[in-house]
Design a protein around this ligand. Structure first.
Ligand SMILES: [Mg+2]
Length: 303
């Protein structure tokens, strides 16, 4: 077990005490956790990015020297231009020969099959017919996404700090990174490759929209693959989901793993800060802060 650097955490609290909620300021650093159902939580400290108000993170008493980090893609690592939605329109149009433009379906935090079914619902496609059409729509979505590789590159970008954070974590002992995404597997690979983000990921253990239309089912998929493929059995407090929507937080919570939210998608910081995530960032540009939160304590250096 790697000990928590309590002095560094106390310094962190002193540095940011003016920004902490009053209930947290009044809590002794060594007070027992308020939530008796979370017996592993022994410390509550505050971490923030350079432009964010302080947000709470929790450190476990027996934090180990391993971390599995499950990255969301869209809105968290990258942003896209209209092509992000356009490939869905092209896929549905190819299969159903109708123009779904203007369907208004929100996509944040949803899986590709979930989005495709919702689009078909706006077109008054009966549910049973939509279910039958879904495999064809997803195949068409795969073709449309592959064909749009250069369009993604030309109109999209990786969010600030992403490449540096991924590279730093890749070099951190005990840290393994993969994705937990609603994209179907082929599109996950395309979207990561557009900006070369796949080179830091262990994609053999990724969990994607090809595994389930329900994002809440995906953390167990990644954990099972980590055990089957890498022979590593991660404890819940060794696992982080990093995403940009309340759905990312929900899929982490149902699996009792940690969650960091980043406000680079369609949800502003203020909308994410009150949801109870373990950490909230405006973006990932404060590389040191992000790496410190997501790293094993010893590797994080200053705690
Ligand atoms: Mg997202």
């Amino acid at each position: 077990m790697v000990p928590v650097d309590h002095e560094a955490e106390r310094e962190n609290r002193r540095e940011h005490s003016d920004q902490c909620p009053s209930h947290a300021r009044n809590r002794s650093p060594r007070s027992p956790p308020a939530d008796a159902s979370a017996p592993h939580i022994s410390e509550q400290v505050y971490q923030h990015s350079s432009r964010a108000a302080a947000a709470p993170i929790r450190l476990a008493r027996h934090m180990g020297d391993r971390r599995l980090i499950l990255w969301d893609i869209d809105g968290t690592l990258v942003r896209w231009g209209p092509v992000g939605r356009g490939v869905f329109d092209r896929a549905v149009s190819d299969v159903l020969s109708v123009d779904p433009d203007g369907h208004g379906v929100s996509m944040g935090g949803k899986t590709d099959p979930q989005i495709a079914l919702e689009i078909m619902r706006t077109l008054d496609v009966p549910d049973d017919e939509a279910t039958r059409a879904l495999p064809k729509v997803l195949s068409a979505l795969e073709r449309a996404t592959s064909a749009a590789f250069e369009e993604f590159r030309a109109t999209g970008s990786a969010h600030p700090g992403v490449a540096d954070v991924l590279a730093r974590l890749h070099q951190t002992p005990g840290v393994r990174q993969t994705v937990l995404t609603g994209n179907i597997a082929p599109n996950m690979r395309v979207k990561l490759a557009v900006f070369g983000l796949d080179s830091w990921m262990d994609l053999e253990i990724a969990a994607t929209g090809s595994d389930s239309a329900d994002r809440r089912a995906l953390v167990p998929v990644a954990l099972a693959r980590a055990q089957e493929v890498r022979g590593i059995r991660y404890a819940p407090d060794e696992v982080w989901v990093v995403g940009d929507t309340p759905r990312d937080l929900e899929c982490a919570r149902v699996a009792s793993v940690r969650c960091a939210l980043v406000a680079t998608g369609q949800n502003p910081y203020g909308a994410l800060a009150g949801l109870g995530a373990d950490a909230v960032f405006t973006d990932l540009s404060d590389v040191e802060a992000v790496v410190r939160v997501l790293s094993p304590v010893a590797a994080g250096g200053s705690g």
